[in-house]
Design a protein around this ligand. Sequence first.
Ligand code: ZN
Ligand code: CA
Length: 413
Amino acid sequence: MIKYFILVFLAVVNFSSYSQKICGTVYDESKISQEIREDVQSFYNRVGNKTQNYGNESIAINNFNPNSGIIMIPVVVHVVSRTLAENISDEQICSQIEILNQDFGRRNADRNQTPAQFSGLATNTEIQFYLATSDPSGNMTDGITRTSTSRISFTDNDDVKSTTTNGQDPWDTNRYLNIWVCNLANDLGGYAQFPWMYSSSPNTDGLVIHYEVFGNTGTLLPNYDLGRIAVHETGHWLGLKHIWGDDGGLCTESDDIADTPNQGNHYGGQCPTTVQSSCGSNDMYMNYMDYTNDACKNLFTFGQKAVMRATLNSGGYRGAFEYILPNMTGPSLVCTFNSTFNLNNLPPGSTVNWSSSSNINISISTNDQATINASNPFVSGTGWLEANIITDCGEIPIRNFFWVGRQQTQPEI
Ligand code: ZN
Ligand code: CA
């Protein structure tokens, strides 16, 4: 019901020449069972409220996600189209994957637009995405399916998620993030299924995104041309609620995350340039879980990161999801003689570009190994080695830090 209220409200106040796209994922307690409701509250009590030490990643992450490092999620994109325009290009699909990685990795170019008062709360979630390289049968794939449909449009009733209703069936929802791209009616930009619905509804798990708001290339709607509706919906898929608490402008409900200020309503269709306040605090309208225009959203917080990673952690709602956890291993001290670093758990089919700080030489490198040494035997300091995992849709960096110096000058260990 809340969703339709928002629709009517927007129709009244927004006469602009194009329609505003909204998200259909609303945390509506009346729609879920008492048992799930209590379980979700308990989940947030354990994770979301424990992040009240603003910016303290060690508390947020170590207590609730022993898996540190970059979680990489395989994605399959199901393009379900009737018209040529709806059958979006591979390039457009890739652009969306790259946007997910930039935004979830806080490598988005507009991260410097985060207001100073919130910049200390914004973080790299260390959750990344790649187009699947093998299908559920183990065959090679580009991670994209294309289905023609007779349907003029779809709604949020999940018809697009089944061939029996002129859509496409999901791939194993425990191994892939399924994203359906199609023509959505009713000004719906996209919707997602919350992770606590997984056990009862595994066959409708994933996101549905309107084809005119997907990625940042192709024919896209004004204000929704930077792929951030899919970022927002992926946030829901990983357990995030709307930042304003879906209470229709009141201050009674919240997103149950401690480091996002309580906010009255959303900023749908807007792009504030000055401080905005409600519920006695300044609003984080530039959070991906608001409804702000694409160009005005630029952050996830430490608390949101903790919730999303806890969702994927063992014991979380997606604890059984088979993601990849690539990592780099090597010594904590690099000297003038060769040190070897190894990359583990790379996505199949990916290649790697290595780079390093200037006090390091890379003498030999392969896709999963690099041999390095200190370039100056007389200078000690911190150094880093970075592996850029090159996927079909952009690069994903993994960086290791270590001490560089002569062995006799190493710090006490
Ligand atoms: Zn939403
Ligand atoms: Ca509110």
